[in-house]
Ligand binder design. Structure first.
Ligand SMILES: [Fe+2]
Length: 350
């Protein structure tokens, strides 16, 4: 199974991408709204078909990216029906099995942090995604959203600690840089519920955490009750000047096919050296030569009156070039995907 763990540093939320390597069908657990273009780029670059997003619960500290993913990929939106959230077309209840290719996840109800909290267990029992029920050396707070420390104690003991010791635990958050644990490890070392802790030990601990309310609560909860659909029903706007795609590497790219048909409205900056500019691959008509090692110092020579397309041989140096120009304050900048090599191949076809 293909597996990736992604982090939203602003909320310390983990998002998990799981896919069947052969069928390319994928699910995304706990996507974050602000990380949509990063996660969507990864899904596209790995050639995956996103079947569904699965939220472990209705979050109070960040807005889910579920709705944005459904708009981008037609994926289903999975959440517990207990919240009554809008846009959910894959209601997840205890015992349900979510299939993606030959892989699957079993849904286990693990209430206590909220009453609709779910954990997802892989078919081989090798991994469990616990949301905020069980954290690495911790457990999700139980002091709001119908939280209940007694219920959480039962959920962890019965639904999670009944998994094999070797089962890896992937939490919804971590604030100390810890990425995963195992059931055996948490059963022994979890300071709240490990080492034979009894219900009154756990409840006493949880009821005295004294945590401040999450900063995002007032924004996140209503948005998550719409599965992350913005209030006006519109996705955040992408650059309006052209079909710019952000890669997983964070590069703004544009296709040569689009550039060909809009050449008159653009300025092309070629960041190769002079010998390459006049060499075998030639250059784009009207392109201006500004070698990469001079670009930082000469960025102010480029006017912001037309979008800037940066080009090199294969699109690597120009990706750095585009990043330099963005840092210099130019807003409409994109890297020519595939550089002059792809440009030449395209002109052979034309
Ligand atoms: Fe939470």
């Amino acid at each position: 199974m293909l597996f990736r763990q992604l982090l939203d540093p602003a909320s310390n939320t983990y998002t998990y991408l799981l896919a069947d390597e052969r069928a390319r069908d994928a699910v995304l657990i706990d996507p974050v709204f602000e990380q949509h273009s990063r996660d969507a780029a990864l899904i596209r670059e790995l050639g995956l078909r996103l079947i569904a997003t699965l939220d472990t619960h209705c979050h109070a500290d960040h807005v889910t990216g579920a709705w944005l993913m459904s708009k981008a990929f037609g994926s289903q939106i999975g959440l517990s029906p207990l919240y009554g959230a809008k846009n959910v077309d894959l209601p997840l209840s205890h015992g349900k099995v979510v299939r993606f290719g030959d892989e699957s996840l079993e849904v286990r109800a693990t209430p206590g942090h909220t009453d609709g909290c779910l954990s997802f267990v892989t078919a081989d029992g090798g991994m469990v995604f616990t949301g905020d029920a069980l954290l690495v050396r911790g457990a999700g707070r139980t002091d709001f959203q119908n939280g209940d420390a007694h219920k959480l104690f039962g959920s962890i003991k019965e639904q999670l600690f009944s998994l094999p010791d070797s089962c890896l635990v992937y939490p919804g958050h971590d604030y100390e840089g810890r990425t995963s644990s195992s059931i055996g490890e948490e059963r022994e070392h979890n300071p709240r519920i490990g080492g034979g802790a009894r219900e009154e030990d756990f409840v006493g601990y949880m009821e005295n955490l004294g945590l401040p309310h999450p900063k995002q609560l007032a924004v996140a909860l209503p948005a998550n009750l719409r599965a992350g659909e913005p209030e006006d029903g519109r996705a955040p706007s992408a650059p309006s000047w052209g079909p710019v795609v952000t890669t997983y590497a964070g590069v703004w790219e544009i296709s040569p096919e689009w550039v060909v048909s809009h050449q008159g409205e653009l300025q092309v900056i070629d960041v190769r050296c002079a010998a390459e500019f006049d060499g075998e691959l030639g250059h784009i008509d009207g392109a201006r030569l500004l070698p990469l090692d001079e670009l930082r110092a000469r960025a102010s020579e480029i006017k912001d009156d037309r979008p800037v397309i940066v080009v090199c041989q294969t699109g690597k140096r120009s990706a750095m070039g585009a990043s330099i120009l963005r840092k210099a304050g130019l807003t409409r900048v994109a890297n020519l995907a595939g550089g002059m090599v792809r440009w030449r191949d395209l002109s052979r076809v034309r």
